[in-house]
Design a binder for this molecule. Structure first.
Ligand code: C2O
Length: 579
């Protein structure tokens, strides 16, 4: 992508015009499609970020970032209230490298046959984000130029050739994921309790920092500080195949441990529905994106994942981690390998260069959700809890210096010096069409058993049952699936439908599809994990014209084979007003 190599000011004026011609309250996607660049970038390009202008964390920071896009950002607060004094203080601590131990392959419970531990160095520096003189623009992987591919290839090739004990070496970098995800680290001072960065609010921040240093190392290796990782644009139909540059066997970007059925031209299956019709897959994918980014989230934790504090175990990932993120891992991982290596298993995922491209898009989802989604959907997108903001990780930077980073420094990708190429977001307006076949649904519901007679439930086949609403005519409600206990050695996934009259679970592009639970195998004590998830019903009620009903009929459709999921209970609650 040519624009990533232009000086900052040129980038803005040459390729990213301001949204001057756009009406102020156009549909949100219009901002994204046409408002290609915002004053947000100009601000960050022109001034080196200052430790104290952590915009989103001020009370005044209620100023929505989209207002910045519209040039209304004069209220930008400069106060830093990130570290709320007197609040609880047990954020997750960074690992002790000298106590790094054996990692476990979560899928077979055997020790990983190589060490995932990084070299140990004594000196740790608290990382300070460097000033941003030139914004890196991460390009969509399907749109990059041959020159870009050449450079990227060269960078990865050089990374592979670094000495094996250099923490920037390709396999050392891959092992970061293994160490943080497969039980090589314990939480400091917490006995043998694992440090685990999936299935909680640490998911987005950890992976953001991981890619940040990976990208800087690659840039350093080719002497190009503007080098930016590509993102696999699987949320746009044009990006729904494996990006071509990764499938050339002569390339450093190639990995042979991938599902042969997922090579181009196969269309990515963000729902693991096993559908083969490519058009239906695209429709399903867009619906999944709409659901996990917009439809089901009532508060910040529904999207980001549940809190994880020192001494605790992960209590559940957010809608994006569970959904598209998990599906892509499973879709790429090779079912012919013993435990779905490389991408289908966390210990090996980082060995496939495609991992970082996939996660660059996951990271992009966080940015889009924070700054581009309509704020009437999720009123407050910030987490101000100090246990979140002060959670810390260790990485080796591009100079092989060990650094300690905190979550509060990674909340704004622009402060970190990178942005994403603007690409249309077709899912943003992909709300399913209204579906109001009421009579038929009511007839169906009369035959479905009450939820109370079925739970706790072992979910190994499709089940359908009735759940009572909080009261008749209540329109703003959430479906809560309580105590979902899973076997963490398996890939597990189920979809949730409401009043689904046609029972065709391969088509998700309909109002009756609500959302998804899914997990990649990950290391946990006792091979189990328990979480509770919530899905907002408000829009679905509206689309199906069932706000006035007394109950709904829920269908749970497992996408995995065999047992592994038990659901403790299911209920409907009012959408709490505090959010
Ligand atoms: Cu750390 Cu997609 O996984």
């Amino acid at each position: 992508m040519a624009s990533s190599h232009l000086p900052c000011a040129t980038t803005i004026s040459a390729t990213l015009p301001l949204p001057s011609a756009q009406p102020l309250f156009a549909k949100p996607s219009h901002f994204l499609t046409h408002a290609k660049r915002s004053p947000r970038l100009q601000v960050s390009c022109a001034t080196a970020p200052n430790k104290n202008d952590s915009v989103d964390d001020t009370p005044q920071g209620k100023v929505d970032r989209r207002n910045m896009l519209l040039g209304l950002g004069g209220l930008y607060g400069a106060t830093n209230l990130v570290s709320t004094p007197g609040a609880s203080a047990n954020p997750i601590q960074p690992p002790e490298l000298d106590k790094c131990g054996v990692a476990t392959n979560a899928a077979n419970q055997k020790p990983v046959e190589f060490s995932c531990c990084p070299p140990v160095t004594q000196r740790i520096i608290d990382y300070k984000l460097p000033p941003v003189f030139q914004m890196k623009i991460r390009p969509s992987a399907h749109r990059v130029s041959p020159e870009y591919i050449f450079k990227y290839n060269m960078a990865i090739d050089r990374m592979k050739r670094l000495p094996q004990d250099d923490p920037r070496n390709f396999l050392q970098q891959a092992n970061i994921h293994c160490a943080y995800c497969n039980g090589a680290y314990d939480q400091p001072g917490q006995g043998t309790l694992d440090l685990q960065v999936h299935e909680s609010w640490l998911f987005f921040p950890f992976h953001r920092w991981y890619l940040y240093f990976y990208e800087r190392i690659l840039g350093k290796l080719i002497g190009d500080p503007t080098f930016a990782l590509p993102f696999w644009n699987w949320d746009n139909p044009k990006g729904m195949t494996m990006p071509p540059m990764f499938v050339d066997p002569r390339s450093a970007l190639y990995d042979e441990k991938r599902d042969p059925a997922s090579l181009p031209p196969a269309v990515v299956d963000l729902g693991n529905t096993q559908v083969t019709d490519p058009l239906q897959l695209v429709a399903n994918n867009l619906t999944i994106m709409y659901s996990e980014m917009i439809r089901v989230n009532a508060n910040v934790y529904d999207f980001m994942g549940q809190p994880l504090r020192e001494g605790g175990k992960p209590k559940g990932g957010g809608s994006s981690e569970r959904g598209s993120h998990t599906s892509v891992h499973i879709w790429v991982g090779d079912p012919n390998q013993p435990t779905r290596e490389d991408l289908g298993n966390f210990y090996s995922a980082g060995r496939d260069p495609l991992f970082y491209c996939h996660h660059a898009n996951v990271d992009r989802m966080w940015t889009l959700w924070q700054y581009f989604l309509p704020s009437n959907k999720v009123p407050d997108k910030r987490i101000t809890d100090p246990d979140f903001l002060n959670a810390a990780f260790l990485f080796y930077d591009e100079n092989a210096q060990l650094v300690r980073v905190t979550v509060k420094d990674c909340l704004d990708n622009l402060r970190m010096g990178y942005d994403f190429e603007r690409i249309d977001l077709p899912w943003l307006d992909y709300r399913p069409p209204r579906q109001t076949a009421k009579a038929k649904v009511l007839r169906t519901s009369s035959t479905a058993p009450k939820a109370s007679t079925l739970f706790p439930l072992n979910l190994d086949k499709v089940v359908r049952f009735q759940v009572d609403k909080t009261k008749k005519g209540k329109a703003d409600e959430l479906l809560v699936l309580e105590n979902i206990t899973v076997d963490t050695t398996k890939f597990l996934k189920f979809d949730v439908f409401v009043n689904d009259e046609d029972d065709n679970a391969t088509e998700l592009d309909k109002a009756a599809y609500l959302g998804t639970y899914a997990q990649v195998p990950h290391k946990t004590p006792n091979k189990t994990a328990t979480s509770t998830i919530r899905m907002k019903l408000t829009e679905l009620y509206d689309d199906m014209d069932i706000s006035d009903d007394d109950s709904i009929v829920v269908t749970l459709v497992p996408r995995h084979q065999g047992p592994g999921v038990t659901i403790g209970g299911i209920k409907i609650i009012e959408n709490p007003s505090d959010n």
